[in-house]
Write a protein that binds this ligand. Structure first.
Ligand SMILES: Cc1cc2nc3c(=O)[nH]c(=O)nc-3n(C[C@H](O)[C@H](O)[C@H](O)COP(=O)(O)OP(=O)(O)OC[C@H]3O[C@@H](n4cnc5c(N)ncnc54)[C@H](O)[C@@H]3O)c2cc1C
Length: 464
């Protein structure tokens, strides 16, 4: 018996799931096909983690080692729902795992959210990480910007906005992004959180990094450090909160005033809305000052404040997207499941042969490492459910590329990814950089399918 398994989504969750299954004790052989919408694998590690976080980007090396073993086939540039459907998968596989992650911003219901100059963090991240499916330009015209959120994504956004573009040049930042950031007139980035410094979701490393930005002053406000008992307890009992507090306290003592840019951290701020400048553009952020409620939460004080801004970014979380023919929980943005076994949307019964892992299983929280434990749980159920798998009419491996080719889908493979990877490294080497990312999808596909020759100066030519 050979399990033919389809995995949809080649982010860390999908790749770890494949790896864990291959190493899992089992009484059958496996053959795994990984379908990925983009011409490059690695999901948010490539298109979410910021370019100036090379250590985290380095997780790609571990994921690449898994793929390079050669026992998993990749079909890149294949969109589940368009190029291949659930019915197709049932014809060719015994089971499917969905690991499609989350790519869009969670909504934020405040007045003025649709004004010009109001953006979602995910859209901006997609732009600065060179996602092929978003426009190449980003309107960076604001001098004063507000970022709402107290998690690491809010810090990523604020850091990229405040950092001088030249300090990104050693990274894999795409050329169009460098040019855009270089021309940015930004002087002040204001980060707002509803609660206090002892309740943030930042991690200490990411916070501390802000204090090391060249020519950027960190500004914190004394009014935010009048801790209540719950906050004092959090600082005293939780090492992470203790370190965060220490970093913030150091910034309170720092001399400021000489830098050309400032990054302000405001706490106890409940967003109320964005103010229209009369032409449909954002001109201010309005918020209510909150205060601690003694139990780790906050209550409004009734004091309304406004701060002038010309751009607003909400970093209030990512949200999963529905997949054609697959149950979806609209409220939480996940595929409904019990420990990775997908459930029927209405009856809550287990849907045979269909599994989920990663952010689409559990929601968009947690680090890359967490997708590994997710995958372990999902795989242990998959392995134990053998009697409930599908019975495909065409389980042979060749039938899948034949189907895609018949449909005219220009799919890429592991060899294609190697080609693109080498091409990007060569573009980088020619300019003394680690890598220069290829951004347009067509160019990614052309390089992957070996339809491009490149010159040392980095220019590329599509062959006939
Ligand atoms: C801005 C940002 C910064 C982050 N920084 C860090 C960090 O520094 N450290 C850390 O540990 N974690 C970080 N994370 C979290 C980390 O990225 C996630 O934990 C992890 O990527 C989730 O993995 P996943 O495989 O579930 O989803 P994803 O990484 O989103 O992968 C899903 C894959 O599925 C593909 N896909 C989606 N729909 C389809 C479809 N219909 N057909 C085919 N393929 C499809 C997508 O293209 C994607 O490749 C960050 C996240 C964000 C958003």
């Amino acid at each position: 018996m050979k399990l033919r398994l389809a995995i949809v989504g080649a982010g860390p969750a999908g790749i770890y799931a494949a790896d864990i299954l291959l190493k899992h004790e089992r009484a059958f052989d496996v053959s795994i096909d990984l379908f990925e919408r983009l011409p490059a694998p690695y999901g948010l590690v490539r298109y979410g983690v910021a370019p100036d976080h090379p250590r985290i980007k380095g997780i790609i090396n571990a994921l690449r080692d898994v793929l390079d073993r050669g026992d998993i086939r990749i079909f890149g540039n294949v969109d589940f729902g368009t190029d291949i459907t659930l019915d197709d998968l049932k014809q060719h596989y015994h089971a499917v795992i969905f690991s499609t992650g989350a790519v869009r911003d969670a909504p934020l219901d405040i007045e003025g959210i649709d004004l010009e100059g109001s953006y979602g963090a995910a859209d901006f991240v997609n732009w600065f990480d060179g996602h092929p499916d978003v426009p190449r330009t980003w309107p960076l015209e604001a001098r004063e910007v507000a970022v709402l959120g107290n998690g690491n994504v809010a810090l990523d956004i604020s850091r990229i906005l405040a950092k001088h573009a030249d300090d990104l040049l050693t990274t894999e930042v795409p050329d169009n992004v460098y040019e855009g950031l270089k021309a940015s007139p930004v002087t002040d980035v204001h980060v707002f959180g509803r609660r206090g410094p002892a309740q943030v979701k930042f991690t200490p490393l990411e916070l501390r990094e802000l204090g090391e930005l060249r020519d950027v002053d960190m500004i914190v406000y004394d009014e935010d450090f009048d801790y209540d008992d719950a906050s004092k307890l959090a600082v005293a009992s939780n090492k992470q909160v203790m370190v965060i507090d220490r970093v913030l306290q150091q910034w309170r003592q720092r001399e400021t005033g000489s830098a050309s840019r400032r990054l302000h951290l405001h706490f106890y701020a409940k967003p109320l809305g964005l103010v229209d400048d009369g032409t449909g553009r954002v001109s201010a952020f309005r918020y209510e000052r909150t205060r601690p409620d003694g139990e780790g939460g906050v209550v409004g004080t009734g004091e309304i404040r406004e701060i002038p801004i010309q751009a607003f970014y909400r970093a209030v979380g990512y949200f999963g997207s529905p997949l054609a023919g697959v149950p979806f929980d609209e409220e939480h943005g996940v595929i409904p499941n019990h420990e990775g076994r997908v459930l029927h949307a209405e009856s809550n019964e287990i849907l045979s042969g269909v599994y989920a892992t990663g952010w689409i299983k559990r929601g968009p929280v947690g680090l890359i490492g967490h997708t590994k434990s997710d995958a372990m749980e999902t795989i242990s159920h998959l392995v134990g459910d053998q009697s409930d798998w599908w019975s495909p009419a065409h389980p042979d491996e060749e039938s899948v590329p034949a189907l895609l080719a018949e449909r005219g889908v220009e799919f890429t493979t592991l060899d294609g990814w190697h080609r693109l990877d080498q091409h990007e490294l060569a573009l980088g080497a020619a300019r003394g950089r680690e890598r220069v990312k290829v951004v347009p999808r067509e160019e990614m596909v052309d390089v992957s399918l070996d339809r491009v020759s490149s010159d040392v100066d980095g220019s590329t030519h599509v062959s006939d």
